[in-house]
Design a protein around this ligand. Structure first.
Ligand code: 13P
Ligand code: SF4
Length: 301
């Protein structure tokens, strides 16, 4: 049996389901039951009936899967695969903002630990952040931890006072405007599609700014043939699968998330066999973090 066949058989025997983010390796996306951006995966995770969920992504995704499915086993192929940005805010920063503004809403990006979610009022993803912030009754918004997504949101909701912290995704922050300009010079017909986790100079060059699903859907719906992509390389797999006749150009310093790439077929097979590496959230953070996620799912409807 190939490793793919072994995974498929074990998955069926145990009624397990495999979820994967667009940034994981192509061979992992290929065997997944559901592939998507963070928003799509959290919606799916909430609805699944399977007793075992194998979450191919980084630890905040496993924690969210766990919070939304408290009675299921959420297995992480690699428990050490973690998003550095998910930790980039301190409780003191949240407390300071709360004591400064009476009507403050603390909005946390889903790329955050369950503990950070437990300090927050509502969670957002890159796909729903603008809609949710716009509809909050509060004037003052503390957006944590991603300063880049926060800046993107602030620009779309000028009626709010959006306060930012200093967190950022090292992979998107490292996408260089100079390299996008070089690609634009080489492919003048190409449109530039960028994830809002990128720095200001890069987002300013975008023809379209959106989540990974947004980028994939935008390129797929268009008649245009050439695209410059400002996000993690993993999206190439789905972009090319859906658009075999189109060309996708990535920066020459390839944006690769080493944590997402830790997920391999061998590790998936191992957790399916042993049921080791169960994601968990410490009890004291669970209820508040779950409320933050539930509020997102409610407000995003
Ligand atoms: P999404 O498009 O899923 O929000 O991806 C951003 C990301 O960095 C996930 O880690
Ligand atoms: Fe975190 Fe960036 Fe990797 Fe996404 S791409 S998991 S935000 S480090």
């Amino acid at each position: 049996m190939t490793i793919q066949e072994e995974i498929k058989k074990l998955k069926e025997d145990k009624q397990a389901v495999i979820l994967a983010h667009y940034y994981v390796r192509p061979e992992v996306q290929e065997i997944a039951d559901y592939i998507g951006d963070s928003f799509y995966l959290s919606k799916i995770a909430e609805k699944l009936e399977n007793p075992i969920i194998v979450y191919c992504g980084v630890s905040f995704m496993g924690e969210s899967g766990c919070l939304l499915n408290p009675n299921k086993k959420v297995l992480m192929p690699d428990l050490k695969a973690d998003c550095p940005m998910a930790h980039m805010v301190l409780k003191e920063e949240v407390d300071a903002a709360r004591s400064t503004y009476d009507d403050l809403a603390v909005v946390c990006y889903i790329n955050s630990t369950a503990e950070i979610k437990s300090w927050s009022d509502v969670c957002v993803t890159s796909a729903n952040a603008v809609k949710i912030v716009k509809n909050l009754p509060n004037k003052n918004i503390l957006f944590i931890p991603d300063k880049n997504l926060g800046r993107f949101v602030a620009a779309q909701v000028p009626e709010k006072n959006v306060i930012l912290v200093k967190g950022y995704c090292p992979i998107h922050e490292n996408i260089l405007a100079e390299e996008i300009r070089e690609l634009k010079a080489l492919h003048p017909e190409a449109e530039v599609l960028v994830h809002p986790e990128c720095c200001e100079e890069v987002t300013a060059m975008a023809d379209y700014l959106g989540s990974t699903s947004g980028i994939i859907d935008y390129a797929t719906a268009s008649e245009k043939k050439e695209w410059i992509i400002g996000t993690e390389m993993g999206v190439r797999y789905e972009l090319e699968k859906r658009n075999p006749d189109k060309h996708f150009y990535f920066p020459k310093t390839e944006p690769v998330c080493g944590d997402m790439k830790q997920i391999t077929l061998e590790k998936i097979l191992h957790v399916l066999k042993t049921e080791e590496n169960q994601a968990s959230v410490v009890a004291e953070n669970s209820a508040a973090a779950r409320k933050t996620l539930d509020r997102m799912l409610e407000l995003a409807k």
